[in-house]
Ligand binder design. Structure first.
Ligand code: ATP
Length: 342
């Protein structure tokens, strides 16, 4: 993503022209550019299959062997893609760490949570055994759990508490960047709100950078400063969070915001509406704009001409022929194909 902010020191995270193609030929990430600065919160939105998790995994070189990756992933100015493995291991947890969705699956059921949080601390030699124990207690209290919960096993905690543990674990080695991949998807709405507030609080207290990934544009717009909307492996819209959510200039961004009205926002301008069809198979992408087969306002040219990001407002860009002007009114009648909520 580009804006006019000139950083004097390297950006915390600067992703340039990132391409990821799986061994089966699936082009899951295509030419992605985005950045996160300290204290900034970037939301990455898109339906299932748009490449969000692939992007997150690429950032810490967690993709399966045989995956082709090109471009640059600069973490504090250092390219993760060209680092030696020893350095990559040092950067994981200590430079950047990931909070995955579904804490129950990410935590080891047979180990006490205190031991699991201590593991990266010991692995990265951040403290002695005794020091790690103290640090675990502090981390648990920091995420709103009593230090004594270190003795618990994952099944003894609620879903929200487990997700707090995952956040404590992500913070264990004092990273500067947190990547949160659908951190609240499995949680009920009240707990979801608590976890989101916790993440926001930690980011601001510790001046961390945050990249939060979700299919839910409302959640992202509530938590993040800026949003990048991904479709078929590309960023198709980016800009200030409230602008992208309330005034999307790409028909896909518009459909996503319509599908996720803000919770309790009775005055939401958008009626919840599904978007027909599915994202394309990344091994067989459509010609032209990859969104054109689903687009309610596509022109003939969209079937043949690819669309690059272009200005759609202050610090706001969209990869659409209509980006320079308000989107044409979209059809309100039921789509021909079955409705599917993104
Ligand atoms: N290991 C893999 N091998 C081949 N293709 C893959 C692999 N992992 C993901 N894909 C494909 O890459 C595309 C992007 O998947 P990805 O999981 O990154 O999307 P996503 O937006 O994060 O979706 P979700 O929210 O469901 O995880 C999908 O078409 C998916 O089927």
């Amino acid at each position: 993503m580009s804006d006019n902010t000139e950083a004097s020191s390297p950006r915390l995270l600067d992703v340039r022209e990132l391409e990821v193609t799986y061994a089966n030929g699936a082009a899951a990430v295509r030419g992605v550019n985005l950045h996160v600065d300290a204290g900034h919160k970037l939301g990455v939105a898109g339906e299932s299959g748009c490449g969000k998790s692939t992007l997150a995994l690429a950032l810490l070189r967690l993709l399966p062997a045989g995956t082709k990756v090109s471009g640059e992933i600069l973490l504090d100015g250092e390219d993760v893609l060209t680092m030696k493995w020893g350095r990559v291991r040092a950067v994981r947890w200590a430079g950047a760490s990931i909070v995955f969705q579904g804490a129950m699956h990410s935590l080891n059921a047979v180990h006490r949570i205190g031991d699991q949080i201590a593991e990266p601390i010991l692995l990265h030699k951040k403290a002695t055994q005794a020091g790690a124990k103290t640090k675990v207690g502090e981390l648990l209290e920091h995420v709103g759990l009593p230090a004594a919960r270190a003795e618990a096993y994952p099944h003894e905690l609620s879903g929200g508490q487990r997700q707090r543990v995952m956040i404590a674990m992500a913070l264990a080695c004092d990273p500067r960047l947190i990547i949160a991949d659908e951190p609240t998807t499995a949680l009920d709405v009240m707990i979801q709100a608590q976890i989101l507030r916790l993440i926001e609080q930690l980011v601001s207290e510790q001046d961390l950078g945050l990249m939060m990934i979700s299919h839910d544009l409302a959640v992202l717009s509530d938590t993040c400063d800026r949003l990048a909307v991904m479709y078929a492996g590309r960023v198709v819209e980016e800009g200030p969070a409230s602008e992208v959510y309330e005034n999307a200039r790409h028909p896909y961004g518009k459909a996503l915001s319509a599908a996720f009205p803000r919770i309790g926002d009775a005055a939401s301008r958008f009626a919840p509406r599904g978007l027909p069809g599915d994202p394309p198979d990344p091994s067989a992408l459509p010609t032209g704009c990859t969104f054109h087969p689903r687009c309610p306002v596509a022109l003939d040219t969209c079937a043949t001409e690819d669309q690059a990001l272009r200005d759609a407002g202050p610090h706001h860009r969209a990869a659409c022929v209509h980006a320079g002007a308000p989107l044409p009114a979209q059809p309100t009648s039921a789509p021909a194909t079955a409705e599917r909520t993104p």
